[in-house]
Design a protein around this ligand. Structure first.
Ligand SMILES: Cc1cc2nc3c(=O)[nH]c(=O)nc-3n(C[C@H](O)[C@H](O)[C@H](O)COP(=O)(O)O)c2cc1C
Ligand SMILES: C=C(O[C@@H]1CC(C(=O)O)=C[C@@H](OP(=O)(O)O)[C@H]1O)C(=O)O
Length: 385
């Protein structure tokens, strides 16, 4: 069984992840993990924190000479900002003279303070912060390396920021490598250069107004063979597991698979992807409204998962709130913050999708030893050809 936990506060010393259940003998490329961490830090509209951090992973266990040995793998990402927060975040001593008491609508502050009986909402926001997604991207980067060996690649792109749509339909069927290299040069992880300019202007306007923006990103998975996930029980359905994983990204409020909510306006004959067969190629579809999954099982087409991110809750022109000490009206707390983080959320989306697929892959093929896994995948590929 493949599983992971993360720990760490946003302004604490470090983020930590422990991955258990990786096959022994799997090569781990640290540079590739760091590349994913750097991708998550990019994106027009991010705040001052990303100028401070230069996320890099350290591996503390489970790997020798670049290869897994079957024991739990510990990943650590140190917070450079910790030096500036020691006084207020030290685990053993210190005293915060600036408690956060005016809850930000849209953040975890108030609900978390009530639930955990905290008078300083920093005790909540430090862990609710999407800083945690750096650890998940490191974990996802390891999952991506596992998937690579099976020929599966996960990419993402931004389709909407602040209501501005980017044209990008071709990516769902085209050449993955070409899309990936085009996305590399985009400030917003977006394929439509005109839309990107308008999105950047909208982000500038929001920043000037003390406001924030959300948007939509899409994750596309190339090279998936049929048979990951299962129809036999609710918690084995691949679509359900992917939706849950993507919904767990802070600020994600909706997830679609394939045609998603557009299905409402289609008839059955328009909606479903007709089945064809060609010797050598096998079964295939000319459309992919299903987003590569039927009955909770991958069907061999590209996986397509979209998610909407709500606007960032911390506003420089704060909304009305209440001070939890006095119960008097107060402007919501202001902290250094992003104006828009949809491109970063898209990279996190790739990571969580990669993780779910890695889990499903090992469930299907077993995962004690790297070479056993390759043999099992090769056999299966031959069988379904
Ligand atoms: C990559 C990323 C960066 C984020 N940056 C900020 C930020 O700078 N300020 C903020 O208030 N919220 C930010 N958020 C959103 C909050 O973390 C999120 O809204 C909060 O944890 C409440 O959770 P919920 O929106 O899922 O209810 C970010 C989210 C992501 C995915
Ligand atoms: C630190 C990250 O994102 C943070 C997510 C976040 C939030 O409230 O979710 C608030 C901001 O943190 P800070 O208050 O330190 O500026 C973001 O920068 C990161 O993505 O690595």
């Amino acid at each position: 069984m493949l599983r992971f936990l993360t720990a760490g506060e946003s302004h604490g010393p470090a983020l930590t992840a422990i991955i258990e259940g990786l096959p022994a003998g799997m090569p781990i490329d640290v540079a590739q993990i760091n590349n994913e961490l750097a991708r998550r830090q990019r994106g027009y509209g991010r705040g001052g924190r990303m100028q401070i951090e230069q996320d890099r992973v350290e591996i503390l266990s489970g790997v020798r000479f670049g290869v897994t040995i079957g024991s739990p793998v510990t990943l650590v990402i140190r917070n450079r900002d910790w030096e500036n927060w020691r006084q207020r975040m030290d685990p053993s001593a210190g005293d915060d003279t600036q408690p956060v008491t005016a809850a930000r609508p849209g953040h975890a502050d108030l609900a978390g303070a009530i639930k955990y009986d905290r008078q300083d909402m920093r005790d909540i926001l430090e862990r609710a912060s999407a800083r945690e997604t750096a650890a998940r991207v490191a974990v996802g980067a390891v999952a991506k390396q596992l998937l690579q060996a099976a020929g599966i690649t996960v990419i993402s792109h931004v389709t909407n920021i602040g209501g501005i749509w980017a044209a990008a339909d071709g990516i769902r069927t085209g050449d993955m490598a070409a899309w990936a290299s085009r996305l590399q040069s985009s400030a917003l992880n977006c394929l439509d250069a005109d839309a990107e300019e308008r999105m950047k202007e909208a982000i500038d306007r929001a920043r000037q107004d003390g406001d924030t923006l959300g948007g939509i990103f899409e994750v596309v998975v190339f090279g998936v063979f049929p048979g990951l996930g299962s129809h036999v029980h609710w918690d084995r359905r691949l679509d359900a597991r992917l939706a849950g994983a993507v919904m767990s990204i802070p600020a994600v409020k909706g997830v679609e698979v394939g045609a998603g909510f557009a299905y409402a306006a289609l008839t059955g004959s328009q909606a479903h992807d007709e089945i064809f067969y060609e010797a050598g190629r096998g079964y295939y579809r000319r459309t992919n409204n299903a987003g590569g999954m039927e009955g909770g099982i991958s069907n061999g087409e590209n996986l397509i998962v979209r998610a909407v991110m709500k606007p960032i809750p911390t506003l420089m022109r704060p909304l009305a709130s209440v001070d939890i000490r006095t119960k008097q009206a107060a402007a919501a707390a202001r902290e250094r913050s992003d104006v828009c983080a949809v491109p970063a959320a898209a990279v996190v989306g790739e990571a969580v999708v990669a993780w779910v697929l890695a889990e499903a892959l090992l469930e299907k093929f077993g995962g004690d030893a790297w070479d056993d896994l390759q043999v099992a995948i090769d056999y299966y590929r031959r069988r379904i050809r």
